[in-house]
Design a protein around this ligand. Structure first.
Ligand code: ATP
Length: 317
């Protein structure tokens, strides 16, 4: 029976690894447990990113399926993203800020093509993302998210996920750049320690650094950062910030930020409210203009106690 069981076990393992990879490739972008909804184009060609310039042109989107039963006005009223246009040069960082539910994550889901835009277009280096093969699009993007997903496997497997043929040296380099090498070295089996469900439990800050190492190794053209709100101590936060600074340098980066202090150096800050861009500019420009951003900044910096009533009312509408 040995001989019979053995290949079966092998087969089982292959299936398991496949399922694991399939599950994590969907969740690796973390933005979603969602299945998404897109039209696949059989003629799609691989995306070739040269500059990494990204353009949103008059993008509108709603989560409702449009089967023609709702009027155009209703559809317009249900828009989650409403006429969003902006441009980011290759290598620059654009930050998205705004109240909860404003549509920040949705803007990025459209870039990753979990959903297709209803109107307008998103182009990377002048190429509409709908014309690019999904695999090449996802390959060229890295994601470091709020609650970074680790699958059951070794630390090394978690770092190399999505990158084939990385040597142990390259993996260690990536971990060092992510300020993760030290803590990994101190795990029971170092890089061979099993983590994820049933494995050694890592803290939020550690999981995040593994995710950063994964992104460093993947070396994507476009990076999507969804800032962690998890509680980490100041020192860990500093380490994470430093590793993120490494990662975003010279790479087109989209950052969703909750603490404005982390994005004040962004090349462009977009303030979203109710699916629309209500303010845009650099940190300095936005402070000078005295709108929502400057007040959010005032609250976070402890300069004012709370948002003026007009902004609270606007956010509640
Ligand atoms: P937060 O800061 O809380 O993460 P956000 O600005 O990222 O918020 P989104 O997550 O983009 O906002 O959500 C925008 C709106 O779309 C919200 O009203 C939300 O309830 C809705 N929404 C998000 N995902 C879905 C979905 N899969 N199906 C239907 N509605 C959704």
């Amino acid at each position: 029976t040995q001989q019979l069981v053995w290949p079966m076990a092998q087969f089982g393992q292959v299936i398991n690894m496949y399922q694991r990879a399939a599950a994590s490739s969907e969740r690796i972008f973390g933005l979603m447990d969602e299945r998404g909804r897109i039209e696949r184009d059989a003629n799609a060609e691989d995306l070739e990113i040269t500059d990494g310039r990204v353009e949103y042109e008059s993008v509108s989107f709603s989560y409702d399926e449009t089967d023609g039963s709702v009027s155009q006005e209703t559809q317009r009223a249900n828009r989650i993203i409403d006429d969003v246009s902006f441009e980011v040069d290759g290598g620059d960082t654009v930050a998205l800020v705004g109240p909860t539910g404003a549509g920040k994550s949705t803007v990025l889901k459209l870039l990753l093509r979990l959903y297709d835009v209803d109107e307008g277009s998103i182009r990377i280096d002048d190429r509409d993302v709908r014309e690019a093969s999904l695999s090449s699009l996802r390959r060229s993007m890295g994601y470091v998210g709020q609650d970074s997903f680790l699958f059951y496997g070794t630390v090394e497997e978690n770092i190399t996920y999505g990158t084939f043929e990385a040597s142990r040296e390259e993996i260690i380099e990536a971990a060092k750049a992510a300020e993760a090498h030290e803590f990994i070295r101190n795990l029971p089996d170092g890089y061979d320690t099993m983590v994820g469900e049933r494995g050694v439990k890592l803290s939020g800050g550690q999981r995040q650094r593994v995710a950063i190492a994964r992104a460093v190794l993947k070396d994507p053209d476009v990076l999507v950062l969804d800032e962690a709100t998890s509680d980490v101590d100041t020192e860990t936060e500093m380490l994470i910030q430093r590793s993120i600074d490494h990662l975003t340098a010279d790479r087109t980066t989209f950052a969703i930020a909750h603490r404005l202090s982390t994005i004040k150096d962004a090349d462009l800050i977009l303030v979203l409210e109710d699916g629309r861009i209500v303010e845009r500019g650099t940190h300095r420009e936005l402070l000078e203009s005295g709108g929502l951003y400057s007040h959010l900044w005032g609250v976070q910096a402890g300069e004012i106690d709370e948002l003026p009533q007009e902004f609270i009312e606007r956010a509640q509408r």
